[in-house]
Design a protein around this ligand. Structure first.
Ligand SMILES: [Zn+2]
Ligand SMILES: [Zn+2]
Length: 80
């Protein structure tokens, strides 16, 4: 669980402007959950796999986009 280790909180005098920044890239978000989701791209967690070529993706939308552009659509992914 080293996920937290690459999360950096940006402290600002104004709490409304407090942000979470990824220490591995320039990504920042107001919501910690978004940052943790984003950091899957760095931690290598890829739960979505293409049934055609077995390429893995961090988010379902990425898999769907891949299938639509590389396999001319499949129509069955995500049903499981
Ligand atoms: Zn990042
Ligand atoms: Zn594929």
């Amino acid at each position: 669980m080293d996920q937290e280790a690459i999360v950096a909180e940006i402290i600002d005098n104004n709490p409304q402007r407090r942000m979470w920044q990824c220490s591995a890239c320039a990504y920042e978000s107001k919501w910690k959950n978004n940052l943790i989701k984003h950091q899957r791209t760095h931690t290598g967690e890829r739960p979505f796999q293409c049934p055609q070529c077995h390429q893995r993706f961090t988010q379902f939308v990425h898999l769907r986009r891949h299938v639509e552009s590389h396999h001319s659509g499949l129509g069955e992914i995500g049903s499981a």
